[in-house]
Design a binder for this molecule. Structure first.
Ligand code: SME
Length: 151
């Protein structure tokens, strides 16, 4: 296994050691993320449903959220379909942003892969503008990498 460079990556890796239930693992990952980062109002997962071709709400912490997002819609769908992390300093300036929680002002979305195939995304929202940058992107990409072995 490749070396983990971030403390939160190491924590998640330790938390999920020998664990294989994806619902349990995503639930604890959402809690870890939500409580680790300050100024976060929502943290959780959207998981691709191949039958409906939608990204469906997965385990999360925060207020109730949109249940189904079309690939290519919003920040979530864009990150999923473009297969790249998106750091959005101001969601109101992002064309097509989906306002599930009116408190959100900035957002970070990172794709997750399972066996090399797109599986879904990690989505983190903040009420603060410009909350996420290169450091958080790198950390959350490491979390996605850890999760890819436990889903
Ligand atoms: N804002 C997201 C939708 C998901 S909520 O933030 C939980 C988007 O534009 O895709």
């Amino acid at each position: 296994m490749k070396q983990l460079n971030t403390l939160i990556g190491q924590q998640l890796n330790a938390l999920l050691e020998n664990e294989t239930n994806s619902v349990s693992n995503l639930s604890n990952a959402a809690a870890l993320i939500f409580h680790n980062y300050g100024d976060v109002n929502w943290a959780g997962f959207y998981i691709y449903n191949a039958d409906t071709k939608t990204l469906d709400l997965g385990p999360f912490q925060g207020k109730v959220a949109c249940m189904h997002i079309q690939p290519e819609s919003g920040v979530v769908g864009s990150a999923f379909s473009q297969r790249k992390s998106l750091v959005v300093p101001d969601v109101h300036a992002f064309a097509g942003h989906i306002a599930c929680d009116a408190d959100s002002n900035s957002e970070l979305v990172v794709p997750i892969y399972r066996n090399g195939e797109p599986y879904g995304v990690i989505d983190i929202d903040s009420p603060i503008l410009n909350r996420f940058g290169a450091v958080e992107k790198e950390e959350v990409e490491e979390l996605a990498d850890v999760l890819s072995r436990h889903i």
